[in-house]
Structures are given as C-alpha cells and as structure tokens.
Design a binder for this molecule. Structure first.
Ligand code: BGC
Length: 423
C-alpha cells in the first residue's frame, strides 16, 4: 500500500508544475470551477480520481466533488438523468461510450472543438476512441483511459491448493472450478448486479464465439447470430459460471468480490482492470499476490474507456473550469499518474510505458495486436456499443437467465426477441 501511495504522490507533485502552463491564467473574478459527477468511489478508483482533483486544484481550480456510489455507473447515470431533467446538470461528468452520444444528441453537451484544436487532440487520441468521444464531427468528450474488460484475476495460493494455474481455455476454467468447488473453495467471486452479469456474458461471447461472432451479435445485432447455436453454447457456459459463485453473490459490489480473491476466500474473478487498482491499492504485487491473465479467447480485447463530458451550465467560472478540465485530462503526466492508479492504460498516444506494471504492459501489447488482427471489440456491458434500450434488453435477459433455471435455448429465444424489439 505504502509503495503505491508514494508512487502516486510523487507523480502528483511532478504533475503540478507541468500542468501549470496548460491553464489559462485565473482571474480573480472567475475561478475555474467544476462540479464533477463521477462514480469512482472504491479504494483504487478514489486514489486515481484524487490525482485528477489535485492537478485541477494545483492549476487554480475549485473542484466540487459529486460522487455517486455504485460500480459500473448505472446509479450515477440515473442521478445524471434526474439532474438534467430538473434543469440542474452538473458541469463535468464522468461518462462512457453511447451515453456521450445520447446526451450530445439531446443538445446538452458543450462541444470541445476549440480545446481539441489547442491541444492537438486529432493527433493524440487513438482512432478507436475518436468514434466514442466525437459526435457529428465534433469533440463532445475527452477520454482519460482505456480499460480492458476481458481479464481474469486469480489468487495463486488458492489455485495451488488444488494444483491449478490460471486457466487458459474455458475447458480448463470449468475443470479448475469443479476441483475448487469439490475442495470447498469458492471458484468465482462475483457480484450479482446486471452490469457485472453482462461483463461475464460478453467475456464468454468473445471467448466461445470469437471476435467476429462478438461483432455480429453484440455490435451489429445480427438476428441469426443472436439465435445461433454459438449463442446457446454461450448461455451453457453462463449456466456453469452461475454454479461457481457463492450464495452471497446477489447485489454484491464488484470491489467486494475482488476483496474475496485478495483474502483467499475465492480463487478467481472475471472483471475489467479497474479490479487491478483494488489489488494495487491494498499493496498487492502483480505476479506474486495476484495473477492477471486474459480470459480465454483467441487474442481478443474488449475495450472500455472513461471520458469526461461538459454539460451546458451557465457561468464564467464554470466555463473556465470546463476549459481547465478539458486541457488537463489529456496531459501526458496526468495520463501516466491517473492510469498507474486506475488499472487502465493511457487514452493518449505517446505516453511512455515506463513504470507501468506487467498487466498494463500486457494490455498495451494486446490492444495493439487485437487492432491489427481485427479482434478488438467494444464493450456492451460498459456502454461502448449500443444505446440504453438495447443494452437494457441484453442485461434483463442475461440476469434473468443467471438467476433462474431458464434453459440456454429459452434464453437465446428471449434475447433475440427482446433485442430485436429494443433496437
Ligand atoms: C468504468 C470504470 C469503473 C468500473 C467500476 C466501469 O464501467 O469504466 O472506470 O472503475 O466501471 O465502477
């Protein structure tokens, strides 16, 4: 813990003078001010967002913290909707994928083209993220990270008790889970919340169907793919996973599931690399105390990314705050400092990989090779593809199947019907 905190602190100290040149000079009458609505409330998330807050303040800004607890952001999205509908939007919002487009289409977001031009975003932001943060040709958000969703986090000590290593195929996964169960261990730490169920589901879709199938079914919503035998196999695997979790899983937050792996109460967790931030914040060392391996797939990569969008809120102080925030997010040192703590990798090209842990380095390499082999896919659970209605249709069926004795074929039929209606 001490080590990772120190690392973070040193970076923040280094960051303040570096970022100072970015902000326009603060006038006494308009202190850059941002109310920042976010859901980074777990241990690892809080350490990362602190870096951003401290950089904002070091550059003369006033940060009004508006956190909403609840992993995955569905609770925060509800607060945001209520705030916008009541005419009181927060000025700066942590936001993902399709939500950005939906709020832009509703005319609620400021465009950031001036900031983009001044900061050379065209050259800095990777192509895979431009689609996410641009709407009708304009920048309407600024990305802070790239999270990989398809990760398996293992406790090597627990696995060793049944002579196992992190599984590399789904057959191995199931065989290891059965051994663990027979020996009285919880194979899979999981929190039964729709977004977490959907995280398992998309990982299994990629693993069993491959990247092309993932794109057909989850990105293009091809009905044949949704109704296919491959999708039946996906639900067969989901049924197996539902037997590897402990009875306390319903409603559990994702970071409490991570803590079960840390404490050796469970052997593995399938979760994006924000889980790594929890291990790091607890002082655990990758490769020793915990092991990161991609979930079984043919070199795929499920992309998730967090961004900040600026809502239309009056006031010069707010406008200045939004400008400052937009200029800070892509700053090279901030990208380093933030992503080292968040578990993700930078959302900007050209950040040195020095100092990143082996899991992050693996993620950087996997992203590049997945892009090259067309095996890069966009997360549905984390809203990088599909609007709220379609995502909701998936989540309803996935969660119902996970929590009942619905057969795989019934789940497939229901999924195809609900998704086709919602699209
Ligand atoms: C977000 C992460 C966050 C995680 C858990 C994901 O959807 O992209 O930033 O840490 O949810 O809250």
């Amino acid at each position: 813990m001490v080590q990772s905190l120190l690392k973070g602190a040193k970076l923040v100290l280094a960051l303040a003078p570096l970022c100072a040149s970015l902000a326009s000079p603060t006038t006494a009458s308009a202190q850059p001010t941002s109310e920042v609505l976010h859901y980074w409330t777990s241990g690892g998330e809080a350490e990362a967002v602190k870096v951003l807050k401290e950089a904002f303040e070091a550059n003369g800004g006033r940060w009004i913290d508006a956190p909403v607890a609840g992993g995955g952001g569905d609770a925060q999205a509800a607060v945001l909707r209520a705030r916008v509908l009541s005419g009181d939007p927060p000025s700066t919002v942590q936001i993902k994928g399709q939500n950005i487009h939906e709020w832009a289409a509703a005319g609620t977001l400021k465009t950031l083209d001036d900031e983009a031009e001044a900061g050379n975003w065209d050259a800095l932001i990777p192509e895979v993220l431009k689609r996410v943060v641009k709407y009708e040709g304009s920048y309407v958000a600024v990305p802070i990270n790239i999270h990989r969703v398809d990760w398996l986090w293992s406790n090597p000590e627990v696995l060793a008790r049944v002579n196992a290593e992190p599984p590399r195929t789904w057959e191995e996964f199931n065989a290891t889970a059965e051994k663990l169960k027979a020996a009285g261990y919880i194979p899979l730490a999981h929190g039964g919340q729709p977004w977490q169920d959907a995280t398992l589901f998309e990982v299994v879709v990629l693993g069993i169907g491959g990247a092309d199938f993932y794109k057909n079914a989850l990105e293009e919503l091809n009905e044949d793919a949704l109704r296919s035998d491959t999708m039946v196999k996906v639900f067969d695997q989901m049924r197996k996973l539902s037997t590897y979790v402990d009875p306390g899983f319903p409603g559990r937050e994702w970071n409490l599931a991570t803590a079960m792996v840390m404490r050796g109460e469970a052997a593995m967790q399938i979760m994006g690399d924000w889980a790594k931030a929890e291990f790091l914040a607890a002082g655990e060392v990758p490769g020793e105390d915990f092991i990161c391996t991609p979930t079984p797939s043919n070199n795929g990569f499920i992309l998730n990314s967090d961004s900040f969008a600026m809502f239309r809120v009056p006031g010069e102080d707010v406008a200045e705050g939004q400008k400052l925030m937009a200029s800070l997010v892509l700053d090279e040192e901030l990208q380093r400092a933030f992503n080292l703590l968040k578990g993700s990798i930078p959302a900007r090209k050209g950040v040195s990989s020095e100092g990143f842990d082996p899991c992050a380095l693996q993620s950087m390499e996997a992203l590049a090779s997945a892009e090259e082999s067309d095996a890069l896919v966009n997360s549905l659970a984390h809203e990088i593809v599909q609007d709220g209605a379609v995502r909701g249709a998936f989540l309803d069926v996935i969660t119902e199947h996970f929590n009942t004795d619905m057969s795989s074929q019934e789940a497939v039929n229901l999924l195809a019907e609900t998704v086709m209606l919602a699209r």
